[in-house]
Design a protein around this ligand. Structure first.
Ligand code: ZN
Length: 411
């Protein structure tokens, strides 16, 4: 994906603002002796920004606009150490809503829809992002926030919600609950806008079948507005992203060099017009690729493939690099296995062992299924895991992101 002349101008504009604000990135540029870039080659000499840079800027070191123009902050949940604080100007908030509105439109949502928002509100960007975009569109928002499944279902029925916004885990939980209670004929949902975690095709199929709704994947991260910078379409695969707001590169996570379109690597994002906390070449650690051809849906915006995982999700075991998405793919090809799983890696008797917990979808020989999964992992990835089959519903479901991989080797 070549960077355009306009995008370069926008980058130079952001560079000026970052230097003037004396931010961490302004200092990086000074150290590198860069004041402007005039070509893609020059752009690619710009230093990367990392999560650590953002964390080190806590609390307000990222603030690049003047205080009088900042209207809000959001924060990413720091699993380790300090959170990242992202300041937004009124324009940033509006730009984000414009992008989110496009996402809804891509999913066929209109101002006549009733949108039930179940992601959380507060410091993080989820709930309020879904809400602002829906209001920009002119739809009716039912701002539930997370949890309280009883009330969620009651409101879903009484308000006749037509769109469900949630994580994939919570959509599955609600779908299973609706099926269990036999209330599907009281549900008016037709579309699901699903954000904030990677999910398997099997899980998508399960939610689609239980609820009979069309599902769309939304992409985004707190550091770059939040959810809504891209969404899947009715085309064959992948997600469109809004290249008038962000410039997206795919780099080789080892050499850190940009790769050709179509090749898998790490997503790196530059915000083109963000004021509160612009980011240049921010390493997301999400793995995907640019899909080079034009999309069948007719949308002109470029596309990335479904997020395959994160560079930091990679498990190295017995000299083999494994991504949880590979295990997901294998389970998805076995009809007797549900979409839920858990991976536990431990160090036993001097060697690394991977245990995979798998749920069955029905009456099946547990030992047989376990052998089948182990053989498939061996043939596709190259080592034999221990596979434990459990009954459906036994693995934990979550209202937020489900943790599925546990590396116990370094505990
Ligand atoms: Zn498309």
């Amino acid at each position: 994906m070549r960077i355009s002349k306009l995008q370069l101008e926008q980058v130079n504009d952001r560079i000026k603002a970052l230097v003037a604000a004396d931010s961490f990135y302004g200092k990086k540029l000074e150290a590198a002796g860069i004041t402007e870039v005039h070509s893609e080659e020059e752009f690619e000499t710009l230093p990367f920004s990392e999560k650590k840079d953002l964390r080190d800027a806590y609390p307000l070191g990222l603030m690049t606009a003047s205080e009088k123009d900042v209207v809000r902050i959001h924060s990413s949940s720091g699993t380790t150490g300090l959170p990242v604080i992202i300041p937004y100007t009124a324009k940033d908030v509006d730009d984000w809503a414009i992008q989110f509105k496009r996402c809804y439109e891509m999913a066929g949502v209109t101002r006549f829809d009733r949108i039930q928002v179940t992601p959380g509100y507060g410091l993080w960007t989820a709930g309020i992002g879904f809400q602002n975009g829906a209001e920009k569109l002119g739809a009716m928002v039912i701002p539930m926030g997370p949890g309280n499944t009883e009330k969620q279902l009651q409101m879903m029925i009484d308000m006749q919600s037509t769109v469900l916004c949630s994580t994939s885990s919570y959509a599955l939980l609600l779908a299973e609950e609706i099926e269990k209670r036999g209330i599907r004929d009281k549900i008016h949902l037709k579309t699901g806008v699903i954000g904030s975690e990677r999910w398997s095709d099997a899980m998508r199929k399960s939610i689609h079948e239980k609820l009979g709704i069309e599902l769309y994947d939304i992409y985004g991260l707190t550091e770059v507005y939040g959810p809504g910078i891209g969404i899947s379409c009715k085309g064959e695969r992948g997600m469109h992203y809004w290249d008038d707001f962000i410039y997206l590169e795919i780099i080789d996570p080892v050499t850190l060099k940009p790769v050709e379109d179509g090749v898998e690597g790490e997503i790196v994002i530059t915000t083109l017009v963000k004021e509160g906390a612009p980011l240049i070449r921010y390493r997301t650690h999400d793995l995907s690729r640019i899909i080079p051809d034009e999309c069948h849906c007719g949308c002109r915006f470029p596309r990335i493939d479904t997020i395959k995982g994160r560079t930091d999700d990679m498990i190295k075991i017995k000299g083999v690099n494994v991504f949880p998405s590979q295990i997901e793919e294998i389970l998805g090809s076995i009809p007797e296995a549900s979409s839920e799983y858990q991976i536990r890696v431990s160090h036993l008797d001097g060697k690394d062992t991977m245990r995979i917990y798998v749920e069955t979808t029905g009456h099946t020989d547990f030992a047989e299924l376990s052998k089948k999964v182990a053989a498939k992992v061996k043939s596709k990835i190259g080592f034999t895991p221990l596979v434990k089959v459990v009954e459906i519903g036994l693995l934990p479901r979550s209202e937020k992101k489900s943790k599925r991989v546990f590396d116990e080797r370094y505990d």
